[in-house]
Design a protein around this ligand. Structure first.
Ligand SMILES: *[C@@H]1O[C@H](CO)[C@@H](O)[C@H](O)[C@H]1NC(C)=O
Ligand SMILES: *[C@@H]1O[C@H](CO)[C@@H](O)[C@H](O)[C@H]1NC(C)=O
Length: 377
């Protein structure tokens, strides 16, 4: 059901979930809702990690990336707990001490609070393209790493000297991974300020594991995009389910040293590489689906899908569970995840459309269901 108060929504988002970076460049379908948790959806539909299923969402501005400086970014599971909502939580720049175990910290750093092993580092990456639809995973260059992350709500990143973006700006993303092999992408529109005109854009390589004396990729690297193939892209790094110690992370064992990544070569040295990147840019054709196969999941009588309500997804006087389900099926566009689940109240005839299926909870007056949308290339 619709979480009308901030507290209710936060509880849901924190308990289920995960984090987004919040700044005016965030691709925020919940905009202008100050209580939005849209950028953290979908939570578990990891085939939709690309652009966090928010490619069609609009940002409300551009985040500056200060070349050669530092940048503090806010993380939260809900905009309410950011400077664009009700403000940051207490001591946002401090790592919780003592570290909470068995509970989720208030800003929702999820797995890491329960399993300290999940502090597997995070990073910022940039694609030197203004058009987000033309960006592919291999365009992103990791430029700043914090190994002890996510542990702080307000995290400072060290920024290397960087070349200028195209006039329309760049595309950036915050990336982090956890023990559950979930690879999170939290994209935002960005632009390099005070750029270094002598530097150029390298072609990043896919990082490799160098835990046991293997050789790390030393120069520019892509993020650790891994997991399930997406609707548009295959992952770059394979999952290693059985060997957690070797699974990908933003740590030195994958060639990611702490702090600013000085991976932007001087122009003379990089002329050949730049030419290659430009050719790839112009050769690229965005993917588009030939069709989207829609099917419905089983109707769960006596269950509610809590949380995850989409904008304008609260309907009254809906006669039946089938009608509520049809409303969900008809809610498009599928690629931005408009409706993936629904709940219908048998007594009040209210219908709630949801962008994500959280764990269904028992409720004698409710019927809940899901809608699957499979992208066919
Ligand atoms: C969008 O950005 C403008 C200009 O910075 C600001 O005044 C406005 O409050 C922002 N809107 C939202 C919903 O954040
Ligand atoms: C990005 O910054 C450059 C200066 O480096 C400026 O000319 C350009 O207008 C900016 N673009 C956006 C989209 O902010």
């Amino acid at each position: 059901m619709r979480g009308v108060s901030v507290v209710v929504l936060l509880t849901l988002a924190v308990a289920s979930g995960h984090l987004s970076v919040w700044n005016k460049g965030t691709y925020d379908c919940g905009y202008p809702d100050p209580n939005s948790d849209r950028p953290v959806w979908p939570l578990w539909q990891t085939d939709k990690w690309w652009w966090h299923s928010a490619l069609d969402c609009k940002p409300n501005g551009t985040q500056s990336i200060p070349s050669g400086g530092s940048l503090a970014l806010e993380f939260s599971s809900n905009k309410a707990h950011t400077s664009m909502g009700q403000g940051l939580l207490a001591n946002p720049t401090q790592r919780p001490n003592p570290w909470p175990t068995g509970a989720v910290t208030a800003w929702g750093n999820l797995h890491a609070s329960v399993y300290p092993d999940d502090i597997m580092g995070c990073a910022l990456a940039i694609a030197y393209k203004s058009d987000r639809y033309s960006v592919t995973p291999k365009d992103f260059i990791v430029f700043s790493v914090v190994q002890d992350c996510p542990t702080k709500q307000l995290q400072t990143f060290q920024i290397p000297q960087m070349p200028a973006c195209p006039s329309g700006g760049c595309q950036c993303t915050w990336v982090w991974v956890n023990k559950y092999h979930q690879s999170y992408m939290s994209p935002f529109a960005c632009n390099v300020t005070n750029p270094n005109a002598r530097l150029s854009v390298p072609t990043p390589q896919v990082p490799t594991d160098c835990t046991n004396g293997g050789s790390c990729v030393s120069g520019a690297k892509t993020p650790l995009f891994y997991g399930t193939p997406t609707q548009s892209f295959a992952p770059l790094v394979p999952i290693r389910d059985t060997i957690f110690q070797l699974s990908p992370r933003y740590k030195s064992t994958w060639g990611f040293n702490e702090g600013a990544q000085s991976v932007f070569p001087s122009r003379a040295r990089a002329a050949a590489a730049v030419e290659k990147v430009e050719k790839e840019v112009y050769a690229f054709k965005p993917n588009s689906p030939s069709r989207i196969d829609v099917s419905v999941g089983p109707q769960m009588v006596g269950f509610d899908n809590p949380g995850g309500d989409i904008d304008n997804g609260y309907l009254t006087n809906v006669a039946s569970a089938n009608d509520c389900q049809t409303q969900c099926v008809n809610r498009t566009p599928a690629l931005t995840g408009q409706c993936y689940a629904w709940s219908w109240n048998t007594q009040s005839k209210e219908c709630w459309l949801k962008g994500v299926a959280f764990n269904p909870v028992s409720n004698p007056n409710m019927i809940a269901g899901t809608v699957n949308r499979v992208w066919v290339a």
